[in-house]
Design a binder for this molecule. Structure first.
Ligand SMILES: NC(=O)c1ccc[n+]([C@@H]2O[C@H](COP(=O)([O-])OP(=O)(O)OC[C@H]3O[C@@H](n4cnc5c(N)ncnc54)[C@H](O)[C@@H]3O)[C@@H](O)[C@H]2O)c1
Ligand SMILES: [Zn+2]
Ligand SMILES: [Zn+2]
Length: 386
């Protein structure tokens, strides 16, 4: 079958790979109907992880069951399902407590497994024609038959739950004001979740105008362009002070937004891995809370300095302490939210499909990886259809 294979920094190719099979009685195999490209794939694509050539990418997967292992009891051939990007067993201590992003059984020696991702276990990605889903009764979420809401349901594999998770980590409550850094797919879904939860004011920071426009249009947010001035100043001026909650949907590859006269000329290729965390500490009020779904890594082969290469960042911890702020981090436990978010979509109370900008064939993946990686105007979320 055809699949998207990582070849090396900034290069993926469509190659013929082996078809998945039932390896364990708890597995199912699905025919992929939609698989998405994610900002998390870009860290591997850019050579900013330990990913080696040969990985089949794709952790945001949905499709139709074609083979069912003997021990699977709730799924049948023909069922339409979406799989959380996390691979989880369902019965380890973390899974029992709902922390399926930190399953201790699926990736020995590590807490957490995922499809098509470096260090996340042996699970092949779904940017392909077929996918094996392990512990399928637990990991496959059933969807209504047919092809209704295909785009919206595909987002249940990661970014809708992950955006929601960002607001949960920040303990966002109705009536809160919130600053969300990053208007990529995850930041936009965090803003949409904040709207659904009844946030009073939503500020979304980025530099890509088309992404900020989506935040304004679909989330009733105020777009803040960090190239037009310090985002903390812009938010505190418009809001009249610090906000209640903050979300980091950027992660360690944050662009250094420093445009101060006297500092080095601003260059969007220059990174500052701690800048968003520190701006959140500044912009959130004392005793407020920060949700950090943006990815940080313990080792970064392309880091701007030696400390960052080991995942050590210069965080204003003194200021955070002084302000008595709380923070939450980590992979999204997709299963905590995907069933409820599915039902919001089915009942017409949520439709996150506005974030999807492209649905293309698998063959177009190399071109779309390049465009999405360049954060080209209008390239927001790309879905692949084999
Ligand atoms: N925790 C999880 O489970 C989880 C799941 C999915 C994605 N992620 C992570 O979330 C992050 C965002 O993913 P995405 O798919 O939205 O990708 P993305 O890379 O398209 O989005 C990041 C956005 O941040 C903007 N940005 C860069 N520097 C900035 C700065 N200094 N201030 C404000 N905005 C800035 C970029 O212009 C871009 O639009 C990534 O780090 C990804 O790995 C985490
Ligand atoms: Zn993803
Ligand atoms: Zn587990």
């Amino acid at each position: 079958m055809q699949a998207v294979v990582y070849k090396g920094p900034k290069e993926v190719a469509i190659e013929d790979v082996e078809e998945p099979e039932i390896e364990h009685p708890n597995d199912v195999v699905i025919d992929i109907t939609t698989s998405c490209i994610c900002g998390s794939d870009l860290h591997m694509y850019e050579g900013r992880t330990a990913a080696e050539a040969g990985i089949v990418f794709g952790h945001e997967n949905m499709g139709v069951v074609t083979e069912v292992g003997d021990a699977v009891s709730t799924l049948a051939v023909g069922d339409r399902v979406v799989a959380p990007f996390n691979v989880a067993c369902g019965f380890c201590e973390n899974c029992e407590n709902g922390y399926t992003g930190f399953c201790t059984n699926v990736n020995p020696g590590f807490a957490g497994g995922a499809y098509g991702y470096v260090a996340m276990g042996p699970y092949k990605g779904g940017q392909a024609e077929k996918l094996r889903i392990p512990y399928a009764d637990f990991n496959a979420l059933k969807l209504p038959e047919g092809d209704q809401h295909e785009d919206a349901f595909a987002l249940l594999a990661d970014i809708f739950p992950t955006g929601w998770h960002g607001t949960e980590l920040a303990n966002l409550q109705p009536g809160d004001s919130v600053a969300i850094f990053g208007a990529g797919p995850v930041g936009l879904m965090a803003a949409y979740s904040a709207k659904i939860k009844g946030a009073a004011e939503i500020y979304v920071v980025d530099r890509v105008p088309s992404r900020l426009e989506l935040a304004e249009q679909h989330c009733d947010a105020t777009g803040i362009n960090f190239e037009e001035g310090d985002p903390v100043d812009q938010i505190t001026q418009q809001h009249g002070g610090e906000v209640d909650k903050g979300v980091d949907a950027v992660g360690y590859q944050a662009i250094d937004p420093d445009t101060d006269p006297g500092s080095d000329a601003y260059d969007p290729a220059r990174e500052n891995p701690a800048v968003v965390l520190n701006q959140l500490v500044q912009v959130v009020r004392p005793t407020g809370q920060l949700g950090i779904p943006g990815l940080y890594v313990p080792s970064d082969p392309g880091a701007p300095d030696e400390m960052a290469a080991q995942g050590r960042l210069g965080i204003d911890f003194g200021k955070l302490f002084e302000k008595g702020q709380k923070l939450g981090t980590g992979q999204c436990n997709v299963k905590q939210y995907n069933r409820q978010l599915r039902d919001l979509i089915i009942e017409g109370r949520a439709d996150p499909s506005w974030v999807v900008s492209h649905r293309v064939s698998l063959e177009e993946a190399p071109e779309m990886y390049e465009k999405f990686d360049n954060r080209e105007e209008g390239v927001t979320k790309v879905l692949l259809e084999p």
